[in-house]
Structure formats: structure tokens, C-alpha cells
Design a binder for this molecule. Structure first.
Ligand code: EPU
Length: 294
């Protein structure tokens, strides 16, 4: 039998998710698993299925709002899935490797398009599932293969096909991603990826509150509308809007910040109020990009 590697405890706050999310909020799950290999991850999922325990997968915790109380079921955290193998034509990376680690080595390892991920916190697994990136490139552009365990507990390794990843979406949603394989492009001119990286970083430093406690962009950009979610929120006059310790960033309106005293309840209430007002003032229904666990 596989036992949880960490015993979460609501009384001692051991395993509390506030310490594992970039928002810095979140309560304690009933069970917390931290598999170090794909085999262990498969066994953990089998254990949960057999006992009827619902499972949620925690990557880098950077695009996630976790409720304040006890979280029913199990959380499987990927942060110990950290193996990296650099081969001639590809790089194999564990899902728990921080995305920033990979982005910083993209030039040296000739992985294209990762400059679009500079400044994005979180793990490689989460970045694959959300097809992290932006105008300077997305994770999906360099992705060859995804490895993991599917919803029915079966391990898989699948080559990525065109259409598998879209804007903030991915066909592997619902699976536990344990690793990813990225293409190396030897034709990539030395220094090109580094130059793109500096440009992307300069743009983000100028426009986003990079060091603050947040979950990045809160809402997806609306499809078919030339206005970004950030612009719409600004147009609705919501920069600086506050509920308790949660505040809409003055720098980029699609970022909600925890000023250090926010609860998940504050952040949730602020999200609802922003949605309501953007609907009233701009006529647009914003869709959440941040995942919510309650
Ligand atoms: N804008 C405003 N007010 C604001 C923010 C933005 O008017 O408060 C305007 C900007 O002036 C610009 C337009 O909106 O004309 C787009 O802004 P930006 O370049 O900042 O890009 P974005 O669409 O807001 C997207 C991704 C970001 C990614 C950047 C850069 C989404 C929801 N967001 O932001 O991703 O970093 O492009 O590539 O797709 C994330 O997903 O967490 C995230 C931060």
C-alpha cells in the first residue's frame, strides 16, 4: 500500500496550501500525496480511486485559488517530480520542475518559444495544462510529448498533435501530468532565445506586478473582442478596487493581489465584483483563468 508522504493536519496547519500557492491563501487538504516518480503517482491515484477519495493535482500553485477551510479529498502535489534529461534532439522534464528553471536554460538547450514564458511562475506540468505564454511564444510551440496518468489511473506517454493545445487549454486537462518532452532546435541561432527573453521580460516588468502575491492574470482574454480582460477591467474603473486584503492591481488590472492579509474569501468576493461590474459597464462576461478549489 502507498501512504501519503505528507500527513496534512488541520490543527497544526501542516501541509496547508497557503504555503504552496502564489496567492498565499488556502486551507489544509484531508490527504496530501507527493509522489517522486510516475510509478508512485500511478499508485497514489489507484489508492485514491479504490477508496473513493476525490483527487486534485497541485502543480506550482501559481494559477490557483484555494478555499480557506479544510479541503475535502486528496491533493497530489507534483513538486518532487523533478528529473531532467537533456538528449541530442529533446529535453525530458519532470512536471514539478519550476517553469523558470526551464525558461532560463532554453537558450543553452536550444528550446524554441519559451521566451514567452519568462516571468511566469509555476511548474512545467501546470504550464503544459494551461499552455502558458503570451504574445512572445507559448509552451505548446516546443512541446513534443506529454507523460502522465489519465483520469482512469492509466499511465500514458503521448506525442503532441496539432490542435492538442490552444489558448489556455490542453487536451490533457483532467490528467495528472508527470512530465513533458521539449524539442531542441539546433538551427536556433545562438543568442536568439536570450534576446527574445530579455525583450519579453522588459515588457512584463513594465506592465505586470511581477513580484507581488497573485495568481497572474485572473481572467482569460475574451474571444472575439479586441479588448483584453485587463483593458476591460480598467475601463470599468476597477483598478485599486479592494475587498479586505485583496486588491485589483494599479499596474495591470487583470492581476488581483494579496496585500498580505487577504483570505480566499476576500479574493473570491473581489473576483465576483469585478465580473459583475465588467458585465454591467462593458457588456462582457469574463471567464476565469484562475482555477478555484473549494
Ligand atoms: N491593458 C490595459 N489596462 C491594463 C492592462 C492591460 O489597458 O490594466 C491593455 C494594454 O495596454 C494592452 C492590452 O491591454 O494594450 C494587452 O495587455 P498585455 O500586453 O499586458 O497583455 P494581456 O493580454 O493583458 C496576456 C496574457 C499574460 C501574458 C501577456 C504577455 C492572458 C489572460 N494574459 O496578457 O499572461 O503575460 O499577455 O504575453 O492571456 C497569465 O496568463 O497569467 C498572464 C499574465
Amino acid at each position: 500500500m502507498v501512504l501519503p508522504l505528507v500527513f496534512a493536519d488541520a490543527r497544526t496547519r501542516a501541509g496547508r496550501l497557503a504555503d504552496r500557492t502564489s496567492f498565499g491563501v488556502g486551507g489544509v487538504p484531508e490527504f496530501l500525496f507527493e509522489p517522486g516518480t510516475k510509478t508512485d503517482a500511478t499508485l497514489d491515484l489507484t489508492f485514491c480511486r479504490r477508496h473513493g477519495v476525490a483527487v486534485r493535482v497541485l502543480g506550482g500553485g501559481s494559477n490557483l485559488l484555494v478555499g480557506d477551510g479544510v479541503l475535502e479529498g486528496a491533493v497530489v502535489a507534483t513538486r518532487r517530480l523533478r528529473a531532467v534529461r537533456v538528449l541530442e534532439d529533446r529535453v525530458e522534464v519532470g512536471a514539478g520542475v519550476p517553469l523558470g528553471f526551464l525558461v532560463r536554460r532554453a537558450g543553452r538547450w536550444s528550446i524554441p518559444a519559451l521566451s514567452g514564458c519568462v516571468g511566469i511562475p509555476g511548474s512545467v506540468g501546470g504550464a503544459v495544462l494551461g499552455n502558458a505564454g503570451g504574445r512572445f511564444g507559448c509552451v505548446g510551440e516546443a512541446l513534443l510529448e506529454v507523460r502522465g496518468v489519465d483520469e482512469r489511473g492509466r499511465p500514458f506517454a503521448r506525442r503532441v498533435r496539432s490542435g492538442d493545445l490552444g489558448y489556455r487549454e490542453c487536451v490533457f486537462e483532467g490528467c495528472l501530468v508527470t512530465g513533458a518532452v521539449f524539442r531542441r532546435d539546433e538551427a536556433l541561432e545562438p543568442g536568439v532565445e536570450e534576446r527574445l527573453l530579455s525583450r519579453a521580460l522588459a515588457h512584463k516588468r513594465a506592465t505586470q506586478p511581477l513580484g507581488a502575491r497573485s495568481a497572474g492574470c485572473t481572467f482569460r482574454n475574451p474571444a472575439g473582442d479586441p479588448r483584453s480582460a485587463g483593458r476591460l477591467i480598467e475601463e470599468a474603473g476597477l483598478k485599486g478596487r479592494r475587498v479586505g486584503g485583496a486588491v485589483v492591481s494599479d499596474q495591470h488590472a487583470n492581476f488581483i493581489l494579496n496585500d498580505g492579509h487577504a483570505t480566499a474569501r476576500d479574493i473570491g468576493a473581489l473576483i465576483r465584483s469585478v465580473r459583475r461590474e465588467v458585465k454591467t459597464f462593458c457588456g462582457v462576461d469574463l471567464e476565469l483563468e484562475v482555477r478555484v478549489w473549494t
